[in-house]
Design a protein around this ligand. Structure first.
Ligand code: F6R
Length: 609
């Protein structure tokens, strides 16, 4: 997510802003930049990549300045590049802005500014329209121009703006994207998050929606959207920088688990229109294209592969096209049967996984149409695909993937539903029913997350175990794989997942007195069969934790403990059932004293074969 830092005061603004941006690195970014007041004008520098690149680009230059604004960008509109990096400026280079959020009507504003006002745009970003809008209304009063520009914009934003003609001032405004003000001695700050400021200040104002802030070195004033001044209590920060980055959570993994309702809402809301249609932004597949596919190949690694397994079930069910799912490292070496009638779907959080990228290139070479489901905008996988469908989960910092997985699932549901409805293999009523259930997931997840203490208690009972089996049927097989992977990667417990019906063909030999079995029994259609599988392992001495939907209580007669997830359709239950498994892995790993966010031997982005 983008990060904003602004400073106005007496010291060297450049170093203070760069320092603040570094404290926001944890939010994830792909480029950075800075705009400083200098000699009656503005000096702007921006570079793709790490903040160190920006520092190197400024080495030896004169950047002495009392104030300015800086930004770390997490690309949304337009790939990561020097030119798309913030700050953006007007054509004269006399007004500069940094922005966190999305301007929803930027296309129409861009067109209007180009046609009616002769504006020439340099970047592909939505942010650049803000700089030109402010410039359009600027008559030596930055505050007035910002108010007028904001009145034209729809969307979410935290904006910091400066004007060369008013070198004593920063103007900032917020709607639905975070913004804080730091109160210093003879200096003041803005930032999108408190950690950026903690080295310098402990006193902050928390800015609320639709508020505008005017900062000079000795004063901060806050105004509402009607330009009335507001009095705000000072908030005294008592936590340290590391705690602040994690929003008070002990680990990024737990923070990211809790972000899932919001992320799923975001992934969905960007694609669903008010009249109940799906808009696959970034995908240009026509009805004819969809009808021409005689098969779908889903290829990914690890957690993303597990999302692909659910994808297979729903694409086959709704779009009635045969689907193969493969791990990327195998796909490329097995002489896959892929041609121009194949839709190849690559799923990847980072978009940089080498195996996935190589499989994608192989599929393209064989003529397949390539669609990727990716989280990191502008990543290699997204750049090399014909169509990209972003998961919009925001930066995922913990190595163990959580919110990327659930948003990948949402994307798979949307793709399957869209293809089904377009092809005519899914009728409108059924489509509407699934969409209604998907929309209800964020609220159900919030309720489910309140049961965290129950999971933490289960972890206390079982954290010393050295072997765990996960079993399930239908889509619960994929969720079992995912639950098992989460547990093994962060707690180092030897865990293993198997389709429940396969137990009797071998794995059941390993079940003995006291073996822990986690049984996923969330599928109404397969519930009785799962209860029998639980019976089977119980008869051999296993201790069973069952996961079932509320109302399906028969499992209580067999399992030692049962955790209930909210009622939902069978196909979309993974969005709910995976979350207690993520939490269970987390709490078990915590009790075992493991390094949860950075498990041994693992990397967040696997760019080697
Ligand atoms: C597990 C995990 C990995 C990744 C895998 C693919 O928690 O994070 O299994 O899912 O390495 O990574 P991406 O999705 O970046 O291609």
């Amino acid at each position: 997510m983008c990060g904003i830092v602004g400073f106005i005061g007496t010291s060297n603004a450049k170093n203070i802003i760069i320092d603040g941006l570094k404290k926001l690195e944890y939010r994830g970014y792909d480029s950075s930049g800075i705009a400083l007041f200098q000699n009656g004008g503005l000096k702007i520098k921006k570079t793709i990549g790490r903040i160190a690149n920006l520092e190197n680009a400024m080495l030896g230059g004169d950047y002495e300045s009392p104030g300015g604004i800086g930004h770390t960008r997490w690309a949304t509109h337009g790939a990561p590049s020097d030119v798309n990096a913030h700050p953006h400026s007007n054509m004269a280079g006399t007004i500069a802005v940094v922005h966190n959020g999305i301007i929803e009507n930027y296309v129409e504003l861009r067109e209007w500014l180009t046609k009616e006002h002769g504006v020439i745009f340099l970047s592909e970003t939505d942010t650049e329209v803000i700089a030109h809008l402010i410039s359009l209304y600027y008559e030596n009063d930055l505050v007035d121009a910002v108010y007028k520009a904001v009145a034209k914009m729809r969307g979410a934003y935290a904006i910091g703006a400066i004007a060369a003609n008013e070198p004593d001032k920063i103007v900032a405004v917020r709607k639905d994207s975070p913004l804080v003000v730091g109160l210093g001695e003879d200096c003041n700050f803005i930032a999108s998050d408190i950690p950026a400021l903690l080295k310098y200040v402990r006193k902050v104002y928390l800015i609320e929606n639709n508020e505008t802030v005017i900062l000079t070195k000795n004063d901060v004033k806050i105004f509402d959207k009607d330009r009335n001044e507001i009095k705000r209590d000072v908030f005294h920060v008592t936590w340290d920088a590391v705690e602040a980055e994690k929003d008070g959570y002990d680990h990024f993994m737990l923070k990211e688990i809790h972000e899932q309702p919001k992320c799923i809402e975001e992934t969905l809301s960007r694609r669903l229109t008010a009249d109940g249609k799906i808009v696959l932004d970034g995908i240009s597949m026509t009805k004819e294209d969809i009808e021409s596919f005689n098969k779908v190949c889903i290829v990914a690694c690890g957690t993303a592969y597990h999302a692909g397994l659910v994808g297979k079930t729903v694409i086959e069910k709704f779009a009635k096209i045969p689907v193969e799912v493969d791990v990327a490292s195998e796909f490329r070496y097995r002489d896959p049967f892929v041609d121009d009638k194949t839709l190849f779907i690559a799923i990847s959080q980072s978009g940089e996984t080498l195996d996935t990228l190589a499989a994608l290139r192989e599929a393209k070479r064989r003529g397949a149409r390539v669609l990727s489901v990716v989280n990191v905008v502008g990543s290699s996988v997204s750049r090399e695909s014909d169509d990209v469908f972003y998961t919009w989960a925001g930066p995922e910092i913990a190595v163990a993937s959580t919110k990327a997985y659930t948003t990948q699932l949402v994307c798979m549901y949307l793709i399957a539903l869209y293809m089904g409805l377009t092809k005519g293999s899914l009728d409108r009523e059924e489509f509407d029913r699934v969409i209604t259930e998907l929309k209800a997931i964020p609220e159900k997840l919030k309720t489910l997350l309140t049961k965290e203490p129950v999971i933490a208690d289960l972890a206390k009972t079982f954290y010393k175990t050295e072997q765990v089996f996960f079993i399930g049927r239908g889509v619960d097989v994929g969720v079992s794989y995912e639950g098992s992977l989460k547990l093994k990667e962060i707690s180092y417990i030897n865990s293993f997942a198997v389709a429940a019906g396969e137990l009797k063909h071998g794995t059941i030999a390993l079940i003995e007195q006291g073996t822990l079995v986690i049984a996923l029994a969330t599928q109404d259609a397969l519930y009785e069969k799962m209860v029998s599988n639980v019976q089977e392992v119980k008869a051999r001495g296993a201790v069973v934790i069952g996961f079932a939907k509320e109302g399906n209580q028969a499992i209580e007669n067999q399992a030692d403990k049962v955790f209930y997830i909210p009622e939902c359709r069978d196909e979309i239950s993974p969005l709910l059932s995976v979350v207690p498994l993520q939490m269970l892995a987390y709490y078990i790993a915590k009790l075992r004293g493991c390094d949860i966010d950075k498990p041994k031997n693992l990397a967040k982005s696997v760019t080697v074969e």
